[in-house]
Design a binder for this molecule. Structure first.
Ligand code: ADP
Ligand code: MG
Length: 677
């Protein structure tokens, strides 16, 4: 779980507390005849009964629980493995809805936890930790208690736990560092836990902001490729005129602004490090092409990296079409090239006879060398690791190339500022004119036949369709799986049509082949998991059908929807909800708006702390305690202090900052590393 040191352990924070202080008793329940309300109860299991049921609920488990004042019947539904996990004699804590009936008191359990016999529990707040297979909450509690005792006993140790410079902690009147750690793990009251959290959240943001400020300062000290040749007043005018003559359309205002921001970066002495965010179809390629054109006019080469061969091929085609009339020599480098072709391209790159190369990971191998690499563009940047991005940039020799990373994943503004704190951000928040956004419908499983008929109709008109399932084969959460649907639909609803199947277990080359068959129009229907999510452009596809839509995040559905509506024809996104849960209800948001940022904010708000859209979708950030959305004002405060500190001591070299520097170095640098691109 990323816990390697005692410090890591102390920063393995609980994500909630079980409030045993508010536990009620069976006797009290009986007396109050209180039905319907949520209550906490703690007792010893006397008897367990488990029955399997037909249908969706599958199992019912009942247990007689004795809390000393009386017994209660606890009930669980749909927990097939609970029967063997619960044992007579166990002490359990339960939260659920109580029903007082003539037959006795029942508790419909929403949540429960088996409490170890010797848990240091004394009717207080029990910290509940993130766990992993084989690790119990109790063992974390015990280890943390030992670490806290050790830190308390050793004055030097407790000093090492405090990253905040004394003046900052004092000015913000934060609680003591060790006190805060104790209070977050073993709070005497929720007020103490909150007070501790305030400090620890600040610490987390402060270190993040400090790492970003340090990287930024370091980057500003690096030499960038010299683009001055293309940056004179006259050359700039020429650039804009040339760009206008090359593009088959007029830039949107947002594209124009992004290009201006990039060009302004090029004129600075330090290397650009910019994130270009724009919804699918917003026209990021044209912006990237403008950057490439500028770099080439300045006498440099550009490297453009995309996560898959199909995407690389698409970008290669676009760049060639846009830029070759201006004499820009564009090449493509992917894994599947013939040896001789590849060697030829490598030679030309080395000699500077190729101006721009578009490729996949194949660009990263050691024998790929440039004569004068000045610009690196990375599409769908979250698909690459830090090391890969760094490896490409290292090919510019002594200078640090200008870097433009692009993403179609709408990241809430707040999140972008925290996670990408050392990137400058350009946003394309405007779609090219005339684009018809897909019409979105939320439907129940019952209307499947109608939907299939509609898809057949579209296919007969020459269009194509995606059918997305949440899982490949077996799955707990999905009613529809890709493999089963492919079999079923090929045999019935889509009989006689050319139906492809694509999912994560299909190997790389085959996956590309299937995707290409769809892109080329041979396959009429593509049944897939979310592997179709990113970047693929098939303008002829007009239907996106998503099964079990309620199991996806809103932002992810929006991404999927972006696969259609890329051509001139009307397009449709049909979200099939398989139950009447809250998750299904929120799908209607997608019927109402097409604004990716609004959807991302909504998604982050719904899912709340600890399960941010970011963590899953980018797989790239890990906040321990802080929530970049709800704690955003704290982030700004922490950033203010971090920036001020770096302004005074850019290298963190002063003696009073030695501990802070050590802290940064020793600290799990996951966030820092991954956020830097
Ligand atoms: P994405 O941001 O998803 O990478 P693309 O760059 O692939 O989007 O652009 C999507 C489509 O929109 C392309 O076919 C492109 O030619 C077109 N396009 C881009 N900018 C404009 C514009 N300003 N006006 C009209 N069409 C545009
Ligand atoms: Mg794109």
């Amino acid at each position: 779980m990323g816990v390697r040191t005692v410090l890591d352990l102390l920063r393995h924070y609980p994500y909630r507390y079980e409030d045993l202080r508010s536990a009620t008793t069976v006797a009290q329940l009986r007396e109050a005849r209180a039905s319907g309300g949520e209550v906490n109860l703690m007792g010893v299991v006397r008897q367990v009964k488990h029955v399997r049921l037909r249908g969706r609920v599958r199992a019912k488990t009942t247990a007689i629980v004795d809390d000393g004042s009386g017994t209660i019947t606890a009930i669980w539904f749909g927990r097939p493995y609970l029967g063997s996990a619960l044992k007579p004699g166990q002490r359990i804590f339960m939260r659920g809805r109580a029903e007082v009936t003539l037959a006795g008191v029942q508790l419909l359990v929403a949540r429960h936890r088996v409490v170890p016999e010797d848990e240091p529990y004394s009717g207080e707040l029990v910290p509940i930790y993130p766990l992993t297979a084989g690790l119990s909450n109790y063992s974390v509690q015990k280890m943390v208690a030992r670490a806290l005792a050790g830190a308390t006993a050793d004055k030097r140790a407790s000093a090492l736990l405090d990253p905040l410079p004394a003046p900052i902690a004092a000015r913000r009147s934060f609680a003591d560092a060790l006190w805060s750690l104790r209070a977050i793990h073993q709070p005497a009251s929720l007020e103490d836990a909150d007070k501790a959290r305030a400090r620890l959240v600040f610490e987390e943001f402060f270190l993040l902001a400090l790492a970003a400020a340090l990287r930024r300062a370091a980057r500003e000290g690096e030499a960038s490729p010299d683009f001055s040749k293309a940056a004179s007043q006259a050359a700039l005018m020429e650039f804009h005129m040339q760009l206008r003559s090359l593009l088959p359309f007029q830039l949107t205002g947002a594209q124009g602004r992004a290009i201006d921001e990039i060009v302004a970066d090029f004129a600075k002495p330090s290397p650009m490090n910019r994130l270009l965010q724009g919804d699918v179809g917003s026209g990021k390629t044209a912006v990237a092409a403008a950057a490439v054109l500028f770099a080439v006019r300045a006498g440099h080469q550009a490297a453009f990296m995309a996560p898959t061969e199909i995407l690389a091929a698409q970008q290669f085609n676009s760049l060639t079409k846009l830029l070759s009339p201006a004499g820009v020599r564009v090449a493509m480098l992917v894994g599947a090239l013939r040896r001789a072709t590849r060697d030829d391209i490598l030679d030309q790159l080395r000699r500077g006879e190729i101006d721009a190369v578009v490729g996949t990971h194949a660009l990263l191998t050691e024998d790929v060398e440039f004569e004068r690499l000045g610009l690196v563009v990375i599409d769908e940047q979250h698909r690459f690791g830090v090391m890969q991005r760094a490896a490409l940039r290292a090919k510019a020799g002594r200078v640090t190339p200008h870097t433009l990373v692009m993403t179609a994943t709408p990241i809430p503004r707040t999140l972008a500022q925290t996670v990408y704190a050392d990137l400058d951000i350009s946003v394309i928040d405007e779609m090219p004119p005339g684009r018809k956004p897909p019409k979105t419908f939320v439907r129940e499983v019952g209307s499947k036949d109608k939907i299939f008929a509609f898809i057949r109709e579209q296919v007969q008109q020459g269009r194509q369709a995606y059918v997305v399932c949440p899982a490949i084969d077996e799955s707990e959460r999905a009613m529809h799986t890709a493999v089963a649907q492919a079999e079923e639909l090929r045999a019935n609803a889509f009989k006689g049509l050319r139906v492809g199947l694509l999912h994560g277990k299909i190997g790389g080359p085959d996956k590309e082949k299937i995707m290409r068959m769809f892109a080329d129009g041979f396959l009429q229907i593509l049944i897939a998991t979310t592997v179709v999510e990113v970047g693929v452009d098939v303008p002829n596809a007009t239907v996106m059908l998503v099964f079990d839509a309620q199991t996806f995040g809103l932002a992810q559905l929006h991404q999927l929807r972006g696969r259609v509506g890329r051509g001139a024809a009307a397009s449709y996104c049909i979200l099939v909800a398989s139950d009447e849960s809250e998750e299904s209800a929120r799908l209607h948001i997608l019927e109402k708006t097409n604004d990716g940022f609004a959807i991302a904010e909504e998604d982050a708000r719904i899912r709340g702390r600890g399960d941010l859209l970011g963590t899953r979708q980018h797989g790239s950030m890990k906040f321990r305690l802080a929530d970049p959305v709800t704690d955003f004002s704290e982030f700004l405060e922490a950033k203010k202090d971090a920036d001020a500190l770096i302004a005074r001591d850019p290298g963190l070299q002063r003696r009073e900052h030695a501990r802070l520097a050590a802290f940064l170095a020793a600290q799990d640098t996951d966030i820092a590393l991954r956020a830097s691109s």
